[in-house]
Write a protein of this length. Sequence first.
Length: 304
Amino acid sequence: MSRSLAPSRLTLLRPLLQAQSQPQACQRLLFSKRHVSSSSTPPTTPATANLTARSARPASPQQHMPPPSLSIAGRYQQRRYKAKTVEEARSRYRTGPFSWKAGVLFVLAGAGLVWYFEKEKKRMHRQRVAEATKGVGKPKVGGDFNLVDHEGRPFSSADLKGRYSLVYFGFTHCPDICPEELDKMAQMFDIVEAEKPGAVAPVFITCDPARDDPKVLKSYLAEFHRGFIGLTGTYDDIKQVCKAYRVYFSTPKDVKPGQDYLVDHSIYFYLMDPEGDFVEALGRQHSPQQAAKVILEHVKDWKK
């Protein structure tokens, strides 16, 4: 009885075994290589037929479209330089990323920076010189005074506020030094006046008030420059001003009319700023051009 049932069981299990073997054949087909020959192709089954039909379908347009990023990159791709001749390509290869225009710009930028730093260095030096005279423990040069000008009108230190002043001490009977220095002062004033009109007031203060009255001063200064301001006063007034400016002079106090004498005094030009503070002393070592340059530099550096 058992022997007769064995073949029937096999016939019943055979469809099940064939159904289980179909996915395996499908999987083998999916992972098989395209270059496999037709002789090694497995037998056609319903599952493999469906798979080949699906693979034979035409691909949709979306599958062949490139990614948006690639299309945008291709659209805005940077244009490369193409040389027209071999010589042009070689010359571009020799120069590399730099050109003569870049070299010129580099040189000009470097020269501009050097000029700027040198200018600032000189300006800071002038500022230190000007500030050093105002420091604590330094003798003050300059001060308030009340004198008379070459027109006979009262003139005080307040009349010099608001602009630079160049002050020189001398006397009209000076045989050689004062005329030379006044000629130099006239050249300095002309140079400064040509570039900065009205920026500096040239002032001549006499050290010999007994002989230098307003009339004498006016006639004497007109021989050098009509823009000069002559100041005089009493002996005590002149002595006070000379003391304030640290000027040495040896004028005798009690002088008889017609008495002849010489006066010794300091030979400096005192540059004062618009606030009446001492800036710098210009001596005989400065030429008119050099002194005018120093004055103009201080005038340009002034900030209200």
